[in-house]
Write a protein that binds this ligand. Structure first.
Ligand code: SF4
Length: 188
């Protein structure tokens, strides 16, 4: 089982990546190649930086000091690092009551065929699944395009909770680095 998590970025507190205030982890690496993807910098596996899942889980647990109610795992493609992401969310769930929302470019049908996927899904509250199709762009309710599907795997959230999420957000780090995120950051 891989112990390395390849990460693109960590945000300790965001309001545009799921219900309420949430930490966000963007993994690095995606081979799915959706035309028009907003996050091409997350595609090469050689970008980003290595981290072990235990350390990343501790970052999320420490982010509770900001009042977060959960964590969002985005990318990149989280399911292409299945063992490490499973370890990450398992640690978070075992050590907190934080909710977990995960974006995947795989369809729900593809996800159900992935070996050992249940070990991950048992720790996920909300899963958003499917490729980004720019010809079906909607950019609201956490859905980049209309083909994507929402899976409320626990009773923690409703579709109304997802629709209430702001569509975009700008964060400015203490060093001045600007980070755009959310489902519709291109039209801010
Ligand atoms: S799956 Fe996600 S990160 Fe990968 S290319 Fe498609 S939209 Fe981009």
């Amino acid at each position: 089982m891989s112990k390395v998590l390849r990460l693109h970025h960590f945000e300790p507190a965001s309001r545009a990546n799921g219900p309420g205030l949430r930490a966000v982890i963007w993994v690095q690496g995606c081979t799915l190649g959706c035309p028009g993807c907003f996050n091409p910098l997350t595609h090469p596996r050689k970008g980003g930086f290595d981290c072990d899942p235990d350390t990343a889980a501790q970052w999320v647990l420490d982010a509770r000091q900001h009042g977060i109610e959960g964590v969002t795992i985005s990318g990149g493609e989280p399911l292409q690092q299945l063992a490490s992401v499973t370890r990450l969310v398992k640690l978070i769930k075992e050590n907190s009551d934080l909710s977990v929302l995960l974006f995947s470019g795989f369809s729900w049908e593809e996800i159900q065929k992935i070996p050992r996927i249940d070990a991950l899904l048992t720790h996920i509250d909300v899963l958003l699944a499917g490729r980004y199709r720019q010809e079906e762009r909607v950019a609201s309710g956490l859905l980049g395009s209309a083909n994507k599907t929402v899976h409320l795997l626990t009773p923690r959230y409703t579709l109304a909770d997802l629709l209430a999420v702001p569509e975009a957000e700008i964060t400015i780090a203490p060093d001045g680095e600007i980070h755009l995120s959310g489902i519709n950051p291109l039209e801010m």
